[in-house]
Design a protein around this ligand. Structure first.
Ligand code: AMP
Ligand code: GLY
Length: 420
């Protein structure tokens, strides 16, 4: 069958790479894709906010399955539109996507369904005074979050009450994040270690995928500003059966029961961002999609035929599927552009991609031009490798990271070190 995958990052390259391995996949289209996805499918130009155009493409290319990679089209209701025209689609509708699109919604959902999460309170734009007063009932640091989507920048960890006041003003006035910040969450700061857990749901049953740990900060030793993610590992060494059972019991089960109870259909990936604090798991956030760069370590470890799995999810038959995971460890090291996550240059020629052995190179921000592959984003290439041990996987990724060259190449040299 012909398949359409929406998105353009490393996550989409990893998904495309996995889909293309299925005997059921005839032509795989990626909109818009990047230079990497062009190696496993056909990149197409498509404005995903224009549902008419999406309809035309699906008809013209005889597409039977659509996978929506990023959150924005899900929050915009693209999955509802596609289900309305009887296309198999992976990704929740607008309502389910609110789990990511609105922290006001997701925190209320967590509270309603008794899901372990940090203590919090929600404030609206006219409640600035109350918010500033309330924030002082928490010890420092205190966390302030914009409720809506803010491209990963909507969480501020405030070290002083003055910084909290400034953040509250900046967000509630609409100055910092527009409408997304006009509702905020003031939240208890949790100290601990983070991990990502992934489920695929068909609305009735869910299956857990391999878990992962993401390295969000730009600098070594987890310093500096947050990025989209500078590397990842799977499995998470400290996530033993006891911890995973707790996560299932206190977070995952009540989530899927809550969705059924609230009558929110959910077919797609659900990503649980978890903080483990003194052995107790807390849910920091939901994402209504796979993670990036976590996808670049999760899909290489998945043995199942992904097309078969996704079709089972779409037809509410996931109960017949067993997730098979490779024993090997996987890591990914992200090569970025100098200056990211702030200003950086694009259009640098990349060399050495095809000289790298034993690795899977997923393109995050690249484009093809006159036979060259050029940098085209802050995050450029995710270099994934499997190994009998995490150490072995890391050695392979780092070897390739040294071989690949472009002006302004930057990467963290300490991925996985904290858990080895
Ligand atoms: P979120 O978008 O809610 O996942 O937040 C982004 C990042 O901010 C998380 O990955 C954490 O590193 C951090 N963060 C969010 N909430 C908290 C919290 N309550 N305590 C400590 N760190 C947090
Ligand atoms: N790696 C975190 C995310 O995809 O949101």
């Amino acid at each position: 069958m012909n398949i359409l995958l929406i998105g353009q990052g490393g996550r989409e390259h990893a998904i495309a790479w996995k889909l293309a391995q299925s005997p059921q996949c005839e032509t795989l289209y990626i909109a818009p894709g990047n230079a990497g996805t062009a190696e496993v499918g056909v990149n197409v130009t498509l404005d995903v906010t224009d549902f008419e155009a999406v309809y035309e493409m699906i008809t013209e290319k005889e597409i039977l399955l659509v996978i929506i990679g990023p959150e924005q089209p899900l929050v915009d209701g693209l999955a509802d539109f596609l289900r309305g025209i009887n296309i198999a689609v992976i990704g929740p509708g607008r309502e389910g996507a609110q789990l990511e699109g609105s922290k006001e919604f997701s925190k209320a959902f967590m509270e309603r369904h008794n899901i372990n999460t940090a203590r919090f309170q929600t404030f609206q734009s006219w409640e600035e005074g109350f918010a500033k007063e309330y924030v002082r009932s928490y010890p420092l640091p205190v966390v302030i979050k914009a409720s809506g989507l803010a491209a990963g920048k909507g969480v501020v960890i405030c070290e002083t009450y003055e910084e909290a006041d400034e953040t509250i003003e900046g967000m509630l006035s609409g100055g910092w994040f527009g409408l997304s910040g006009k509702t905020i969450i003031v939240e208890q700061f949790l100290k601990g270690i983070e991990m990502s857990v992934f489920a695929l749901s068909d609305g009735k049953t869910y299956k857990l995928l391999p878990n992962a740990k993401d390295y969000k900060k730009i600098g070594e030793g987890d310093t500096g500003p947050n990025t989209g993610g500078m590397g990842a590992i799977s499995p998470v060494p400290f996530a033993d059966i006891r911890l995973m059972d707790k996560i299932t019991e206190k977070i995952i089960e009540p989530t899927f029961q809550g969705l059924v109870h609230d009558d929110i259909p959910y077919c797609g990936f659900l990503f649980f961002g978890i903080m483990v604090s003194e052995g107790e798991p807390y849910l920091l956030e939901y994402n209504c999609r796979m993670g990036d760069p976590e996808s670049e370590v999760v899909f290489p470890r998945l043995e199942n035929d992904l097309v078969e799995l996704l079709l089972a999810a779409d037809s509410v038959n996931l109960h017949n599927q067993t997730i098979k995971v490779k024993e090997e460890a996987c890591c990914t090291v992200m090569l970025a552009s100098q200056g990211y996550p702030d200003q950086y240059e694009k259009g640098k020629v990349i060399s050495g991609i095809h000289d790298s052995k034993d690795v899977m190179i997923f393109h995050a921000g690249t484009k093809e031009s006159d036979g060259n592959i050029l940098t085209n984003g802050g995050r450029v290439l995710a270099i994934s490798a499997l190994g009998k041990t995490l150490n072995e996987a890391l050695e392979k990724s780092y070897r390739a990271a040294r071989v690949i060259e472009y002006e302004g190449k930057y990467y963290r040299k300490d991925i996985g070190k904290d858990v080895l």
